[in-house]
Design a binder for this molecule. Structure first.
Ligand SMILES: *C/C=C(C)/C=C/C=C(C)/C=C/C1=C(C)CCCC1(C)C
Length: 250
């Protein structure tokens, strides 16, 4: 009996009103299921599309592993897992930028686009980390958030109006359509994160009462589920559409 209660205690109690813990749990399962889905679908695509699908799976898989750590960290410490959060992002966000390059390769995307996007995303996250982890409780976090926001703007500019947009237009068809959807993900879906960042700083969302109880981690977790799984599904549909078209021509 004594042994049994010891075993039970290994699983910490969950408070039913702990929405952060709840979304961490859901996040683990959603990311894992999405990874299984992308990996197991690999063989139905030809080699040209396999890399894009593989990267989609890697994005959700890396997130799944970090979500397991973040879930445990949260339950044991009741504190934001800032460190794991940013390690996750610094690996997965550049990979999401790689997806733009991969789908635009048909239109002749050069590696310079790839490196530019990676540079912007790393800049965005490193400055965000400094603002959140180092100056999180101080008045300086808004400066770092602002610099991070400039990098975010550069990514948005590049895909909506810059060279990536021109490549998507010259590719046309399914690629152009997928590029447009991914652009909306970055403009609207990624905008969830700065909201979370502001919610996490002292004073919260400008002291507006309605936002007082919004937790930064809940916002980030919702953002991750929408963006990482959604992004992958757009790539999956693009690859499926192109393959189906090829088959009907054959
Ligand atoms: C899967 C994870 C994703 C897509 C994470 C994206 C994160 C961002 C777009 C973060 C942006 C930030 C700002 C634009 C300003 C404040 C600091 C950040 C890092 C939260």
């Amino acid at each position: 009996m004594e042994k049994l209660s010891y075993l039970i205690a290994l699983v910490p109690k969950m408070d039913p009103t702990d929405y952060v813990g709840f979304t961490f749990f859901i996040g683990c399962m959603a990311m894992m299921a999405a990874s299984a889905f992308f990996f197991l679908s690999l063989s139905q695509f030809n080699p040209k599309w396999r890399t894009s699908i593989l990267v989609s799976g890697l994005i959700t898989f890396i997130a799944a592993v970090h979500y397991f750590y973040m879930r445990d960290y949260w339950i044991s410490n009741m504190e934001s897992p800032v460190f794991f959060r940013y390690v996750d992002w610094i690996l997965t966000v550049p990979l999401m930028c790689v997806e733009f390059y991969l789908i635009l390769k048909v239109a002749g995307a050069k590696q310079s686009l790839l490196w530019k996007m990676i540079f912007y995303s790393v800049g965005m996250l490193v400055t965000g980390y400094i603002g959140e982890a180092i100056y999180g409780d101080e008045t300086q976090s808004w400066i770092w958030g602002l610099i991070s926001g400039i990098f975010y703007f550069l990514i948005v500019y590049e895909i909506w109006l810059g060279s990536a947009k021109k490549l998507a237009e010259s590719a046309g068809g399914h690629v152009l359509r997928a590029h447009k959807i991914l652009c909306w993900f970055v403009l609207v879906g990624w905008a969830i994160y700065p909201v979370g960042y502001i919610a996490g700083t002292e004073g919260g969302l400008f002291g507006v009462p309605m936002f007082q109880d919004l937790s930064m981690d809940v916002i980030y977790n919702i953002g991750d589920a929408i963006n990482k799984i959604g992004f992958g599904l757009v790539i999956y549909s693009l690859a499926s559409a192109v393959m189906a078209e090829k088959e009907s021509h054959a």
